[in-house]
Design a binder for this molecule. Sequence first.
Ligand code: MG
Length: 410
Amino acid sequence: MNSDPLPPWSIPSAEAWKRGHMLDRATKEHFERSLLAPYALFSSESKGRAHAEEDDDLRTCWERDRDRVIHCTAFRRLMYKTQVLVNSDGDHKRTRLSHSLEVAQVARSVGSALGLNEVLCETLALAHDIGHPPFGHRGETALDALMQSRGGFRHNNQVLRVVDQLERRSPDYPGLNLTREVRESLLKNEPGEQWPKEFRPRPVRPYLEAQVVDLADSTAYNVHDIEDGLVAGMFTEEQLEQACALWLGARESVELRHPGFLEDTHDRNLRIKRITNELLKICINDLIHASSKRIKRLGPKSADDARKIKTRQIDHSRPLKSEVTQLQKFLHKHFYRHPHLRELSRQAEKVLSALFGELLENPSEMPAWYQEWSEEVGRHRAVCDYLAGMTDRFAQSEFDRLSGRSAPTR
Ligand code: MG
């Protein structure tokens, strides 16, 4: 690609850039092999795509996968899908899109520090929730109950349906035609989860990049749920001080950095932001240092080797892990089971059940593509796929339209 190629071992000089040097795919692949840890995944060694495609001159295979995720419809819809609090609760609350971006930030920080493939971490983080239905976990529970006699509904399985079948970007193949490593890593490798035949034999653990994203997910939501819950007034800083050592630790760090600030300030939002930022930093740093120690002790020699090791290699240190568990118990008690969210649960169930029944009976209310899709996968699954793809607000407006409460919205 470069008209004036450098020897493969060179770092481009200022002169080379002046001559029009570019970081093309071959150079990036070379940098990966030179800079990343031996247990990282290397894009030049990818097992490829189900439908063979020419390599891109400039981008590695995982840069391409990341770009396909960012440009797909399911990713944009995350903007109007609930994380915990619904959009109507305020413009500053997390949505599934902002959550995914925060997961990507944590995953890139952890992945790059550990010498793993940062682009792959980013790709997995951006895509990890695109199988989520409207109304967050409440929507998932409702759809699972509606599909009980037909295989149920799990957002983890839906991710693969989205990237393999439901998204469309080419006349040559269905889905996004992502690489095998990304597709496999989007599955949750948990004992209760089904493991598709094509990915057998099932590895003991996911690739390290996928382990990073798993922990980045929980780190991001623990911290942003504390912030959102506090700002929404669902619990108080005093309650956190009494129940969570991690919160107290973050408070102490802020006190050391800005002596007197916490006592003197009347700016509640700034105080909460400062403490939650510190909380995030504590969690990320612990994750990096503890995982590095584990990897050193367990000594994986390659990415495949890391998948055979029973112990989770990417994880918090034992002391921080118990503080994270304490924080999660607090959130379950004071946030996720809050009466306000229980009411939203009932609303999600009502909207999805009504739409499910209505569309089963009148499939012509679905777009033409889903009507054809039902001939391939059956009406129940097609309706489920259609509903799962909806944003909260579209599901609500379809519910209103079909129950005759408002004018058609399309
Ligand atoms: Mg998530």
